[in-house]
Write a protein that binds this ligand. Sequence first.
Ligand SMILES: C[S@@+](CC[C@H](N)C(=O)[O-])C[C@H]1O[C@@H](n2cnc3c(N)ncnc32)[C@H](O)[C@@H]1O
Length: 406
Amino acid sequence: MSQVIFDQISRNSLIRRQSKKDVYRVGNYSVNRYIGEFWTSKQRQSSSIHEVSYRACFKAELPRFFIEWMTKPNDVVYDPFSGRCTTVLEAALLGRKIIANDINPLSRILGEARLRTPNLDKLKERLYKIRNDKSLKPDIDLSMFYHKDTLVEILSLRKYLLNRKRENGLDELDRWIQMVATNRLTGHSKGFFSVYTLPPNQAVSPQSQIRINKKLNQKPEYRNVREIILKKSKSLIRTLTKEQLSSLWTVSRTARFLNCDAQLTGAIKSNSVELTITSPHFLNTIDYYGDNWLRCWFNGIDAKAVANSIKTSKNVEDWNNMMLNVFKELYRVTKNGGWVAFEVGEIRNKTIKMEDLIIPIGNNAGFKSEALLINKQKFTKTANIWGVENNKDGTNSNRIVLFYKQ
Ligand SMILES: C[S@@+](CC[C@H](N)C(=O)[O-])C[C@H]1O[C@@H](n2cnc3c(N)ncnc32)[C@H](O)[C@@H]1O
């Protein structure tokens, strides 16, 4: 074992006490593998501010474990595939500086607003200032999702936000409203604007919704858009302490949210990041248009154009080439003595282990693969997501490869 990881592991009493250790080999590389329960959802409830759904997001306990272990306040934490921004929000709660990047423009919409949490009275005032314009008609038929009066409220909100963006730019109240509304567009309970449909990270097509409505013999009922936004806002901030609120605001002053391909992040300075915590997509696992068409419509984003800009890797060789470019960028932006914690999944009916691909790639880019951490935790319902295995014995596991830049 290298001195670096030995020092790190001996500083982390959880790993020392709880883990089983062996050596994992990939070609010419061997890394120490630690298996244990390093974090659990029960051990520490994660902050309510994370409760925004996103396909394949990880639980906040995962980034928290590495942030607390490997960084100190004001260090820079980065996520090149930021999704709903779990890594950077957790880092901001802990007073770290943050950089988020995702090729999906919705990532910034979901992440940035949550650093500047609103005063609920001011939020209510702003929401009720926005007038309903009954003359507005949608450019696409959304009647299978929304009651006609709900649709008027959504269209009025959408027009307001798009105008504000064009004219003055959005302030923090607007951004917050945009983030919550984006999250509440469709879902499976009365807490969403739509009639019953799939959870919000899996938008269905209008045709599928018509089928769902027929099958369940349902028609969209009226939903009060403003009240739903207020209720969700209250819920999102419910666990935040004064210190956390102020930490999020402080971090927002230097936070960066990029919308680039993770292979091309020239906007980030070289040698500037202490720790990256990330989890990529794998091969052609993204149906960007299918997942995001409605949220993009609401935000005036051309979902087809974004979908076309995402080059999904069709085979392992493609994916390896892309990840090598990503790792070269990570190597450039990481400080000497900095780390990358890379969550890997088991794909294609367990025929491919992502660590077998990523360990050589990280080393080829200049890093040293220092450890493979396998976190086994008791099964919880919400952990049933991509990249997390729900084992038959009632445990989930996350696997993280740790890379070090000397
Ligand atoms: C597995 S998700 C990350 C989820 C995240 N850990 C969270 O907790 O929300 C992978 C993300 O990679 C993004 N992505 C895919 N290809 C990308 C690329 N070439 N550059 C940057 N981001 C990309 C997707 O838009 C998606 O948000």
